[in-house]
Design a protein around this ligand. Sequence first.
Ligand SMILES: [Zn+2]
Length: 266
Amino acid sequence: MTTPPRKDLSVLTALAFKDNYLWLIHDGVNAAVVDPGEAAPIRAALAAHKLRLTAILLTHHHADHIGGVPALLDEWSVPVFGPRSDDIDAVTEPLGQGDRITVPGIDLALEVLDVPGHTLGHIAYVRRDAGAEWLFCGDTLFGAGCGRLFEGTPAQMADSLQQLAQLPDETLVYCAHEYTLSNLRFAQAVEPDNAVLAARAKSDGARRAADQPTIPSTIGLEKATNPFLRYGEPRIVQSLVEAGRLQPGATRVATFAALREWKNTF
Ligand SMILES: [Zn+2]
């Protein structure tokens, strides 16, 4: 008996609203969607690529991530994977830290991480295949930024981001919004002497000018440029102190909280 050749998986980008990315993971025949805030862009992408929807994956309960679920379920009878504790009625496969799933229809194994902060029940999905590590992190880690703390504490969000930072550097980061350029302006204001950051601002600026997404980025690039993974850096602490937003000698969590607070009004 021979094993059928493994079909390579790809990730398609569907746009929704002003700046949401909906991710469609497919093998050329079947597809799973991550965070379908709207059904129409997913329907259009499935039709354009002649794909069959076999699963829905959700990261958290916000409407711009789940709004399209009922309409998709009207058309496709598929399981809905999602956080165990984020109050989403449509979830049929509740998940939490350490759970491992095989996405129906496509050859995709994912591990689940709890990443509270933006919402309390927020989860992320990680594909750990060597050479094809992917992270679907919703509104937790963004290109050069992180999600707002609507429900969780700064300590929870700092821990969640730290957990993501421990993934391999080459892991592709599929976050749910195109906020990168705005985040990079803040990052450069708090860490003006970071050369990797300056280079990223230039290349991502060129991408957006050409109407290209800046996402996915990588964990390695985020670790080198994202202030919410770098708040222990002396230059960032200095910026916070100079801005009168932090006392010298403050704890790491206080530093993270002050940085997040500053970005809210930047
Ligand atoms: Zn959200």
